[in-house]
Design a protein around this ligand. Structure first.
Ligand code: ADP
Length: 495
């Protein structure tokens, strides 16, 4: 198994991940609901009752310290409001004397409590740090004859006996409260039954929801994936769907569509380039072998002119091959530039010498305008390659007006070299593409008059390798100006 396959087999599909996440989420929600709504319901209810008792005990304790308060009335109010049995004792000289009470009918524990049990509760409260003691009890029906009964039923009532010791004015008081409540057992068992149903419905709903979600989300992704696979197999002409129902997936599809059209364009250009290159390579080879055969077979043809043709074609061939190698090196980023400070003006001036024979033989006027000598820090050989390529293009596309001008200007610490011709120009819609790999405005290939015809891609690669600004201004019928800029280098040594 390859690494990739191993990694892939560990990945879960989006569909299962979605289902798994939703299942986990549902279970967590159900457990939380069960814990709070069912398991802890009784405890919450009981602690709410305890809080009520605590508050009542607080208020009654305050009344004990307030000489104006009528304890009997206060006790009656609490008994009425919270349905609790209230008894307040004063503890003096080891004896308990009841000073206020609010009686309710019912089986309250403290209603008929024995004095031993009062003492017991008192000592329990005394033992607590805050003087408060709460006792939970099961209500046993009180029988006058003392038989406390033994029947226990599901709705057996519960009660809380709440005792608080209060100190006020040098005396010790005991506030005793008693509340009866019905435990929530019946409610909890009803809720438990309901919960089983809720679980069933929620789990069923989750499964349906997950199925719908996975259908609506996963399906378009699967479709895009299938189309992307076709793209990977080299089928660049596929039409990717434009509306996938979701913004992100539609964007992904559009990006793939763009990639497909770019790949298809590059592929076409590559094929075209191969055809052009083969043509360009074959032409000089045919010339060389043709002239060679003529010179071998026809005695009087061994002339210096014919030999010159062979030499020129060989030179052209080797230039073409070296340009091809150059382009592939530049485009793969394998070029090492040797940055040196040199006199750019002088270098361009020397380069102009190469075009002298065009001036003479073919009627071209190629002039170089510069006001002063300027140094730059760049790769001298590569910069001259840029200049040659631009001039070659100017010659190739100058048409009938054979005027070419190379101009050097200075601006904002930068030197600009601009190569202008008055030829056919370039249509605005083609301007952005001319620097592209393999691009030609004129789709019908023609052999370059000078140079190899891979010019602008090499120019772009070299100038970008120097972080130089570059560009072109052109108008159809008026000609073109190709330019680039480099920072001026102030070098004292070369001056
Ligand atoms: P080639 O010259 O072999 O086509 P280039 O990369 O040098 O390759 O140029 C790309 C295209 O840009 C050319 O096909 C041509 O259409 C256009 N072009 C370049 N220079 C000029 C120019 N000076 N005038 C008009 N068109 C030009």
């Amino acid at each position: 198994m390859t690494n990739k396959e191993g990694r892939k087999s560990k990945l879960r599909s989006l569909k299962w991940k979605l289902l798994f996440s939703l299942a986990v989420f549902t279970v967590v929600v159900l457990v939380v609901v069960w814990v709070f709504q069912i398991l802890l319901l009784g405890r919450f209810y009981e602690s709410a009752k305890l809080r009520e008792l605590d508050r009542a005990a607080d208020d009654l304790s305050e009344s004990l310290t307030d000489p104006r308060a009528d304890l009997g009335v206060e006790a009656a109010v609490y008994a009425e409001e919270y349905q609790m049995y209230v008894r307040i004792f004063c503890h003096e000289f080891g004896a308990m004397e009841e000073i206020a009470a609010a009686h309710l009918t019912g089986d309250y524990y403290i209603r008929n409590i024995s004095s031993e049990n009062i003492d017991r509760l008192y000592s329990m409260a005394k033992a607590e740090k805050n003087g408060t003691y709460a006792e939970r009890r099961t209500v046993k029906p009180w029988m006058p004859d003392g038989d406390e009964g033994t029947v226990v039923t599901a709705d057996e009532k519960k009660e809380i006996v709440f005792v608080r010791i209060v100190h006020s004015g040098g005396s010790e008081y005991v506030v005793m409260l008693n509340m009866i409540y019905t435990p929530l057992n019946a409610t909890v068992s009803t809720l438990n039954n309901q919960f089983v149903w809720i679980c069933g419905i929620v789990i069923f709903g989750t499964l349906i929801f997950a199925a719908i979600l996975s259908k609506t989300i996963v399906e378009p992704i699967t479709r895009v994936n299938a189309q992307a696979k076709k793209l990977g197999e080299g089928n660049f002409d596929i039409e990717l769907e434009k509306d996938m129902g979701y913004l992100e997936i539609t964007e992904l599809s559009e990006t793939l569509d763009y990639a497909a059209s770019e790949l298809s364009r590059t592929e076409n250009l590559r094929r075209e380039l191969m055809a052009n290159i083969s043509h360009d390579l074959r032409t000089p080879l045919t010339m060389i072998s043709g002239y060679g055969e003529v010179m071998r077979d026809i005695p009087g043809e061994n002339t210096p002119e014919n030999i010159q043709v062979i030499i020129d074609e060989s030179t052209h061939l080797s230039e073409l091959v070296s340009d091809l190698l150059d382009l592939s090196k530049i485009q793969s980023g394998n070029v090492r530039y040797s940055f040196d400070v040199f006199d750019l003006t002088a270098a361009v001036g020397q380069a102009m010498d190469r075009y002298k024979k065009f001036k003479v033989h073919e009627g071209y006027s190629i002039e170089f305008l510069s006001s002063e000598h300027v140094n730059v820090k760049a790769d001298r050989v590569r910069m001259l390659q840029v200049v040659y390529n631009l001039i070659n293009n100017a010659i190739n596309y100058s048409g009938d007006v054979k005027e070419i001008r190379v101009e050097q200007t200075l601006r904002n610490g930068c030197v600009r070299i601009a190569v202008s011709d008055r030829g056919e120009g370039i249509a605005p819609e083609n301007l952005p593409d001319i620097w592209d790999r393999y691009y030609k405005v004129d789709r019908v290939h023609r052999r370059a008059t000078v140079g190899t015809g891979l010019g602008l891609s090499i120019v772009k690669g070299i100038l970008e390798g120097h972080n130089a600004r570059y560009g072109v201004e052109s108008a159809l019928g008026y000609g073109s100006t190709f330019w680039f800029e480099l920072p001026v280098e102030e070098n004292k040594e070369t001056e």
